[in-house]
Design a binder for this molecule. Sequence first.
Ligand code: C2E
Ligand code: MG
Ligand code: MG
Ligand code: MG
Length: 282
Amino acid sequence: AAKESGKNGIQRYSAELHKQSFERRALEADLKNALHNHEFEMFYQAKLDSQSIEIIGMEALIRWHHPNLGLVEPADFISIAEDTGLIIPIGKWVIETACRQNMQWLKNGNRLLPIAVNLSPKQFNDERLLDDILKILSETQMPAEYLVVEITERIVVEDAVNANKVLRALKELGVGLAIDDLGVGYSSFSSLEIFPVDSVKIDRSFIHGLPENQSNSAITEAIINMADRLGLNVIAEGVETIEQLEFLRKYQCPQLQGFYFNKPMPADEFEKYLNNSKQSLA
Ligand code: C2E
Ligand code: MG
Ligand code: MG
Ligand code: MG
């Protein structure tokens, strides 16, 4: 009986794997047409000053409106886009859409704020990236200082020589650089020393356990202190509760982002949010 159930287990397992690879291939095929079919949308989430709770910038996050599946999260398609190379045109669309939207908010009477986009490793190491960014900045007329790129340390691990070259070129343009998800994955912190980084984002897995979890608290406090001594800005991502907010203010984390304040939202909703926050501050 044990043998039989073992065999069934394996069959179930391989059926599951088959289903997964089948779904992945189906998604892959759909992803190829998604850009052309205008199925992507950018959502925006505010970054706030931890003392004044004023909006000081935003992060642009991609969403995919799949014709049958509905809203597909980036966690379910960014890696497919990476593997297939589709991330290059998609990533370019992301930067272009974010910059254009940011300038539209300015035209609509809002203060220009820095807008952050996420760059994946393949996109970052693509030789067209710098030219694309230059072209987008000149077409949208957005000053380079208002663009921030969020990258993970994986980029640095994959091709350190190229990463260094690209980061320095971006820095020279005035584009801001943030290390995303700091503390997870490949963290060696060496990227902070080697590269011209402006800010670090503490991964939300550390923020999650604040203030009860002792190691989460210790790591968060250590990153804030380290960044301060290195002259870097720090952003805590994934702030969800008042207790987390209080901890981060106590340890003087300068910037915050998370569901406690707002979720990522479509452009028109974000614009209303910008307008409301202007009034409440006035
Ligand atoms: P990330 O850059 O670390 O983005 C933060 C993620 O945390 C976002 O998930 C955001 O919705 C979520 N988040 C924000 N506040 C909270 C909170 O308080 N609690 C919780 N539980 N989550 C929170 P999202 O939008 O699903 O994106 C996931 C990841 O996908 C991003 O992580 C980023 O690595 C990648 N991604 C998103 N948009 C793009 C894009 O345009 N291009 C590329 N290459 N990657 C993207
Ligand atoms: Mg990010
Ligand atoms: Mg992050
Ligand atoms: Mg993260």
